[in-house]
Write a protein that binds this ligand. Structure first.
Ligand SMILES: [Fe+2]
Length: 444
């Protein structure tokens, strides 16, 4: 019908780039290095549709063809080939784009200086045999990522940051387990669509995204999908996690800076293979300082926290979540931690909300890993005296909350304000950041 109308109104030549709308399954924008904005579309055809930018057609290139990747050794043992039925298409969005559309989907063109930034993390539905952990993936209360994404989209953000761990359905749902019966599992398209692209749709249509790689996107887990769909650099066979012999290259992606405006940058850091204070992480932490140089403000983004607390394990005191990250940072900076212009750090990995302010030498930090995946316990609102120090720096302020949600980061008086919302979009806490500390109060 539409093709017929196109031929009648514009003539056949004017419709040369036309592709049926129904081929486009998902479409989104992501931020890369500097000012780079990439449009990606996941389509059912082997050819890519055109991207319509301000009424003109731009060709999209194939980033990854549909393919089946042979089963490879994985963390959970049980595995199968990863089938990717959709073609991943890509095009750089020209600067100053006013409208962009692919198939029937309008893309949320970037604003020049994002003011309202949604932050989410740790979103997928856990299906993990080794922990006998099977989250009820069809229950909007028990796995509320779709609810979080809808509520966050309703806030009309200018930008979305996901601090990592998108994919959680690693093991098959056991026979008789009602919580996850019928769910796809493994590392192919069906699981990525169920765990991420489906529930994230309203938020993918609301604003461009910055994707941070989590440990669930390492090569022995969902790394293949990470490189096809979410990584901001060009895709190559050596950086795809398809071949275990090349995992060393794919284990680390280089840190890069996203320009928010002339004064402000986001530093995107891949901590997915964080295991110890190794030389590669030290080199990457040294790079962070170079990427921030010349900015007035820089926000450090990594999945694993640097200056934040982990959940207490049985009988043990509350401790820093990642001594390895602290050790790598210190080794890269002659014993120092972050320094200006890095004046804020955002992380995930721990499935709760934490806000930490510090005395001199620390950097205000938020952990925002409570956007859908199964919770694993909570921290007390009042920290014991013995736990009020991380990496040799005193914790000056600490706030936490129980429950799922998302955050909105906004600029305020040359600094930052962060509002924590519950999963239905009700504001819960408002935090004013004044580096190196912060203060949170109940939202009114
Ligand atoms: Fe994680």
């Amino acid at each position: 019908m539409r093709r017929t109308l196109c031929m009648v109104v514009l003539g056949l030549a004017g419709c040369a780039g036309f592709k049926p709308d129904a081929t486009v399954e998902h479409a989104y924008l992501l931020r890369g290095e500097g000012e780079l904005v990439l449009a990606r579309a996941l389509v059912r055809t082997s050819e890519c549709p055109a991207l319509r930018v301000d009424g003109r057609e731009l060709p999209m290139q194939v980033r990854a063809p549909a393919s089946a990747v042979p089963a490879r050794p994985v963390a959970q043992g049980v595995t199968k080939p990863a089938r990717f039925e959709l073609t991943v298409c890509e095009a750089a969005l020209p600067p100053g784009t006013r409208t962009a559309r692919v198939g029937a989907l309008d893309l949320p063109v970037p604003v020049s200086a994002p003011q309202r930034i949604v932050v989410i993390g740790d979103t997928g539905c856990r299906m993990k045999q080794s922990e006998n952990a099977f989250q009820p993936c069809k229950d909007n209360d028990a796995w509320p990522f779709a609810r979080v994404a809808r509520s966050a989209a309703a806030q009309q953000p200018d930008l979305v940051i996901h601090v990592g761990d998108y994919h959680y359905r690693e093991s098959p749902c056991p026979a008789g387990e009602k919580a996850c019966a019928g769910s796809p599992w493994g590392f192919g398209q069906d699981t990525w669509s169920a765990d991420f692209f489906g529930p994230a749709k309203p938020l993918l249509r609301a604003a461009p995204w910055v994707f941070v790689r989590g440990n669930h996107e390492s090569c022995s887990r969902a790394g293949q999908g990470w490189f096809r769909f979410l990584d901001a650099a060009p895709l190559t066979e050596a950086r795809s996690c398809n071949d275990p012999a090349q995992d060393e290259l794919a284990a680390h992606t280089q840190p890069f800076a996203v320009t928010l405006d002339a004064q402000t940058r986001l530093i995107v850091f891949d901590s997915s293979e964080q295991k110890g204070a190794d030389a590669e992480f030290q080199r990457e932490f040294a790079e962070v300082g170079k990427l921030a140089r010349g900015a007035e403000h820089a926000v450090f983004l990594s999945h694993h926290p640097v200056l934040a607390l982990g959940l207490p394990t049985k009988g043990k005191p509350i401790r820093p979540e990642s001594k390895e990250m602290i050790a790598s940072l210190r080794a890269a900076r002659d014993g120092a931690l972050f320094a200006p212009p890095v004046d804020l750090a955002l992380h995930g990995h721990v499935h709760l909300f934490e806000a930490l302010g510090f005395s001199e030498g620390g950097t205000p930090t938020f952990v925002l890993g409570n956007s859908g995946s199964m919770t694993e316990g909570w921290l007390p609102e009042q920290l014991p005296a013995a736990s009020r120090e991380i990496g040799g720096v005193r914790i000056d302020a600490f706030h936490t909350r129980q429950g799922f949600g998302f955050a909105m980061l906004e600029r305020e008086d040359g600094g930052w304000r962060l509002t924590e919302f519950d999963m239905d979009g009700k504001p819960v806490l408002v935090c004013a950041v004044a580096s190196p500390s912060l203060r949170c109060s109940n939202a009114r």
